[in-house]
Design a protein around this ligand. Structure first.
Ligand code: ZN
Length: 313
């Protein structure tokens, strides 16, 4: 195995890039702007140029690079073909082949960004030491990744692991961003938690410190719950129910060792893990009950770390 590799995480506004040793140490990390002009046609050539510049700066030869891993914000199949990435303006093409053409490096692999982040958490973060792991990212949306036997489950069209779009409420009348109704994302994303709280506040007359809060946020709700606010705690319980039952259903299919919870909402910490695990244990099939729940550890670096891991055996 060569000494170094690159991990690239392409986002809608910036591309995060990391130079790693293949043993898992970050040597350097930096960002470039995501150039979305003309259907994002320059994104990969600008990334390739940035990688070449870094090799020159660090006096590292191309021969010392094991490979380049890339996370893309859209569906990517196991062969590295992107299947319409609206965020970047991309249609259908093979990202891995294109980057090989641009850089001359043959070991290039691409994956969906949420799945790749899960792989990163397995390698160096909250899922370290495990090979079978589910990652759930609670942010603006709800992302997910399923790792089995140390590898990402991509699905046939690259869209596996969309945990946020599991239906958890068959009675919902509002639509999710995806067009369906009752998706987990509608209750467990940062905005979803606030929506659940507002519904509870409307139905109840109970006094609560979150009742008249301007710009109510998920953080406000967790903070109030930690201080003993009964209604806020009820919101957290409800969130734990949605996530705990979703995890129990996932375990029924893939039976992982560990669930890793990440994203901005996971900053709530132990209170969140406890409530998810409690509801999980209530709804999990008997042989699945004894599973670990952990917080993600890599934050925004999960994407570059996981991308690097894609090219390491
Ligand atoms: Zn949805």
């Amino acid at each position: 195995m060569n000494k170094y590799c690159f991990g690239v995480d392409i986002g809608g506004t910036t591309v995060k890039i990391g130079l790693f040793t293949t043993e898992g140490t970050i040597v350097d990390k930096w960002e470039i702007k995501t150039n979305k002009e003309n259907g994002g046609e320059k994104i990969l050539s600008e990334i390739s140029a940035s990688l070449a510049d870094k090799l020159t700066e660090k006096s590292i030869s191309k021969g010392e690079i094991e490979g380049i891993g890339i996370g893309v914000p859209g569906p990517v199949d196991a062969k590295g073909t992107v299947l319409n990435c609206v965020n970047l303006g991309w249609g259908v093409f093979n990202v891995a082949e294109e980057v090989t053409k641009l850089t001359g490096i043959t070991n290039v692999k691409a994956g969906n960004d949420a799945n790749v982040a899960a792989l990163g958490e397995m390698w160096l973060g909250g899922g370290k030491g495990y090979q079978d792991m589910i990652m759930i990212t609670l942010g603006t949306g709800v992302g997910g990744g399923v790792i089995h036997d140390g590898k990402i489950i991509t699905g046939t069209k690259g869209a596996a692991g969309e945990i946020g779009h599991m239906v958890v409420n068959y009675e919902e009348e509002d639509s999710c961003n995806c067009g369906k109704k009752g998706c987990l994302e509608q209750y467990a994303s940062a905005t979803g938690i606030v929506k659940v709280a507002k519904r509870m506040l409307a139905k109840s007359e109970a006094e609560s410190t979150i009742r008249n809060k301007e710009n109510l946020s998920a953080k406000n709700i967790f903070d109030a719950a930690k201080e003993g606010d009964a209604l806020a705690m009820e919101c957290v319980e409800q969130l734990g129910w949605y996530l705990g039952t979703a995890c129990a259903n996932i375990a029924a299919v893939v039976e992982p060792d560990v669930f890793v919870i990440g994203g901005g909402v996971s900053k709530a910490g132990a209170i969140l893990l406890d409530v998810i695990q409690r509801h999980y244990e209530k709804y999990a099939f008997n042989p699945h009950k004894d599973k670990e729940f952990k917080l993600a550890e890599l934050g925004n670096d999960a994407g570059i770390v996981g991308a690097a891991k894609l090219v390491i055996k």
